[in-house]
Design a protein around this ligand. Sequence first.
Ligand code: SF4
Length: 315
Amino acid sequence: MLYNSYSAHFAARFGSRVQKLSVNAGFTCPNRDGTVGVGGCSFCSNAAFNPSYCDPAKSIAQQIAEGVEFHRRRYRKAVKYLAYFQAYSNTYADLATLERRYRDALDCPDVIGIVIGTRPDCVDEAKLDLLAAIAAEGRYVAVEYGIESCYDRTLKLVNRGHDFACTRRAVEATAQRGLHCGGHLILGLPGESRADLVAEADIVNSLPLNSIKLHQLQLLAGTRLAAQVMNGELEAEPFELDDYIALVCDFVERLRPDMIVERFAGEVPPRHQADPDRAWRHADGRWVRNEEIPPMVEAELRRRGTRQGFFISKF
Ligand code: SF4
């Protein structure tokens, strides 16, 4: 492959396909409850990416059992699982509560580890030490930070409630403990030029991250950002699919070769899109599915004769 894929990383590390199972542990978010801010990040709609089996009214064990069943029917191949604490900020509780929820997941059959999605301003030494202690027991532990943008002006514009220096501190503190550290970037937030987006690869390279997830900006129903774009207050032109694939390739060509690329794009169900006309469709009207994107990136890199990190020596 011409990029360092997440599935290949897990296949090499664990010798089999590994499937992430989302769980909703009932945490909230300091950017919603008034601790950091109110209203949350302007692009955020947790409902848009919460699978139907993820209901905090159910125990974590039950959510995982339902998730295993769901994926077993769909893919039939996954034999090991990672519990993905995805909704809201999954380090936003006292230590005892965090440990209980994490261990509830780790106690489930075939769950080999946990992936903790959170905000960079929502970790501290004690929480990272807890995660490092779990990892020291031989479990896979990853922390996945919402970076969203490397530019403070954008973070302010979307009401993120922290700056990029905060991201750098959190990533460094996580990496120092030997934990797998991932980051999530949104490509296409208002005010960011194509050059800004490609330059983020250089900035990301300077962080001790192990993996990166890229998402195109999707305007989600009910969010403030969707309203701002649709009423003309902010500008965020949708990407044409070809243009987005080209942008991702430009980004990947500058990305450290050792950085694992977990995904290139996001896909939320049509009912959660503020403007379904912005979504990518095939000529026959079918939605472009997420799993169609990596082969397109691979094909474009092949056409260019490049690969991940191809231009890195020039920067
Ligand atoms: S994106 Fe994350 S940090 Fe921002 S409001 Fe949503 S849950 Fe909170």
